[in-house]
Design a protein around this ligand. Structure first.
Ligand code: ATP
Length: 388
């Protein structure tokens, strides 16, 4: 199922949570919505699901406008960070819940539901645990049951909101790999929200970087990392050094160094900023141009050596990152004068004053709850959903 998102605006009071979002998602794609807290990721996900109404704009599923399409008919599968399973139900009952509450005319037979739930349990690699209760499972296992439950209704779209956010780093990593494999098996169009760059870059076919209710860049993991469209994307995806520069005669000058021809983004003779990652700074070869700097400190953390240096001309603080066995390491002693070359960098025009976000119509629609997705949920669950 492909999804088209067109000009979505959504405000809460006067606050623009989504300030004009356009996005095309191809059928079968695994898309990550990545951005800092408050950038609008969850609001966008909930709007796609039909749990939130946009103030303006359209969302199409397979070319069909979803406006007026009730949540149940959108056939979206959901997994949330704290999507608690029904405590008093076994794993099998949890997974088959979505099918058991379907309209009588659409509901498969009890035997067919059981068979399907057991198949899904195998798919999420929990075969044999069908009689357990959620309290008898680990956090990672619980999230896999939640995923099986979302898959049971054969969703046209699978939406995951920080599905592994509450789990420890190791489990999280395993589940990531596992989710990628599962996606290749099922081929469902999947959108997941994360604020973890590593998770987004490792899992997704394409990453959507969001900031203040807008999309800053959409691209493959290589595109957003290697060719960040904006300073925000550059900074959000990793550690960043910023050096003042100047474009003169089509060339970038930074701290007396001319690293390359100016990128197409810059115009002649303007002030720019050079963004470079700590891992892209190395010692210049003797005789080659380099930024003069004085090392202020060097520290080893496991396999990585991190140095700080001050650029002599501009006084900019620079972080340098090297594998601890790198040949440059011995020269990076505190107090040493070094010359640095830039392996890779981005040039951005000097930041213009931030545009004030568009004033949006106040969102007067009530925020819908998870109960809208599972209308017959047991009281215990409704209680929990109400209190988050
Ligand atoms: N029901 C609501 N009422 C008022 N403001 C809201 C509501 N829901 C979200 N917001 C605001 O909209 C903005 C976007 O929120 P959203 O949850 O989409 O961000 P997010 O990128 O998912 O953040 P996080 O990573 O912290 O979950 C935030 O500033 C948030 O405070």
């Amino acid at each position: 199922m492909d999804i088209q998102i067109r000009g979505i605006h959504k405000g809460f009071g006067n606050f623009p949570a989504l300030a004009g979002v356009d996005l095309d998602i191809a059928s079968g794609e695994l898309i990550a919505l990545l951005g800092p807290s408050g950038s609008g990721k969850t609001t966008l996900l909930r709007t796609i699901a039909g749990l939130e109404f946009a103030d303006s704009g359209r969302i199409l599923f397979g070319g069909q406008d979803t406006l007026g399409l009730p949540v149940q008919q959108r056939r979206v599968g959901f997994v949330f960070q704290h999507y608690a399973l029904f405590r008093h139900m076994t794993v099998l009952d949890n997974i088959s819940f979505g099918l058991r509450v379907q309209k009588r005319s659409e509901r498969p037979s009890a035997e067919a539901i059981r068979k399907k739930a057991l198949e899904l349990l195998d798919l999420v690699q929990l075969g044999g645990l069908e009689k357990r209760y959620p309290s008898q499972l680990s956090g990672g296992q619980r999230q896999r049951v939640a995923l099986a439950r979302a898959l049971a209704i054969e969703p046209r779209v699978l939406l995951l909101d920080e599905p592994f956010g509450a789990l420890d780093a190791k489990v999280r990593k395993d589940l990531r790999r596992w989710l990628r494999e599962l996606h290749e098996t099922t081929g469902y169009t999947t959108i997941f929200v994360t604020h973890d760059q590593e998770e987004a870059l490792e899992l997704a076919d394409r990453v959507v970087v969001m900031n203040r209710g807008r999309i800053e860049q959409v691209g493959t993991t290589d595109e957003v990392y290697e060719k960040p469209a904006t300073p925000f994307v550059f900074e959000f995806l990793g550690n960043t050094n910023v050096l003042p520069g100047q474009v003169r005669d089509g060339k970038v000058h930074v701290d007396g160094l001319i690293p390359s021809i100016a990128s197409a983004r810059t115009q002649a003779d303007e002030a720019v900023e050079i963004y470079v990652r700590p891992s892209d700074l190395r010692l210049a070869e003797p005789g080659d141009p380099g930024i003069e700097a004085i090392v202020s400190s060097t520290q080893r953390t496991g396999p990585i050596v991190r140095s700080e240096a001050i650029a002599s001309a501009s006084g900019a603080k620079l972080e340098i990152e090297l594998p601890h066995l790198h040949r440059d390491v011995p020269a990076l002693l505190a107090g040493a004068h070094v010359r640095l070359r830039l392996n890779q960098f981005s040039v951005f025009p000097l930041a213009s004053p931030t545009e004030s976000p568009a004033v949006l119509r106040a969102g007067s629609t009530p925020r819908r709850t998870l109960e809208d997705v599972v209308p017959n949920a047991p009281a215990e669950y409704r209680e929990r959903a109400r209190h988050g």
